[in-house]
Design a protein around this ligand. Sequence first.
Ligand code: AHG
Ligand code: MN
Ligand code: MN
Length: 337
Amino acid sequence: MNNPSNLGLPIGTTLDRFIKKKQDEFEYATGELSQLLRDIGLAGKIINREVNKSGLLDIGGAYGSKNVQGEDQQKLDVIANIRFTRALHNGGQVCAIVSEEDEEVIKLNTNGKYVVCMDPLDGSSNIDVNVSIGTIFSVYRRLSPLGAEVTQEDLLQPGTEQVAAGYILYGSSTMLVYTTGHGVNGFTLEPSLGEFVLSHANMTYPTDGKIYSINEGSWNEFDQELRDYITWCKDNNLTARYIGSLVADFHRNMLKGGIYIYPSTTKVPEGKLRLLYECNSLAFIAEQAGGVATDGQQRVLEIQPKAFHQRSPLYIGSKNMVKKASEFVAKESKEMS
Ligand code: AHG
Ligand code: MN
Ligand code: MN
């Protein structure tokens, strides 16, 4: 953990107070983004409450429908989507939401200044086995005038245009980690208070690390370059860790140093993860913390999205580790060498 004095705000500062203090640093801030971030914090607490009841109430298991990606929706996927949407709707700052669980865009307040992209529940396959799961979000400023119809351009902005991104991790404790482009800060939910409090100030990605995270069960579907890189990891005594919840794998690697890979495979040539609400959000956080995120060839944040549920391969983590992986898999670097 880094020295909290970097922010001038002590460990234990509540999320609401932290957001307010940060807003005061910007002369022209109107407070709408701050309100939106507080709404997300509230949504996180509500989803946390539901997640914690998993196993007790009839909220585990499959919902009986498929989402737009053709994946079985779990009951908690659906609950988290509803809860999050409702919190943003009530807050009034958001004009539209792109969600993993909804094929079409959800239109909210026509006067809302912001667009939110979200994966309400990440790591759904881990819900019923009591393993860490998460929520991921990205915030963009809309480009069209207030009051007008939301446009494709509002919704399909490259990751470089994010004004905020973050995730909530429902792990051994519940954490909210976010950035507004001025560093990354982590808040832990204090259950007896029901408040997120600053616990990880000014988070930074170690430049190097020892962890590689990839589903090696897909080895037969990897291309040779990637297999060579994995072999290099083994030869260099790296350690393998793979939870199967992107948020949890990312969070561990950011604290300890590591690389997470969800590659292009013969089964899923575009990768499995979604650009708008998985890759971009975490790429923004990674970069803000001094890490790197590519699709194996180019910077994730510069990819121009063409569809809401577009997928992308993801290589994300410690700078030197992503650089090493790129030496194996990036076409450009091979042509250059
Ligand atoms: P989601 O639950 O939102 O659909 O995301 C699941 C993702 C991600 O969290 C995880 O890293 C990855 O799927 C695991 O996929 P594999 O089982 O193919 O490794
Ligand atoms: Mn996900
Ligand atoms: Mn999901």
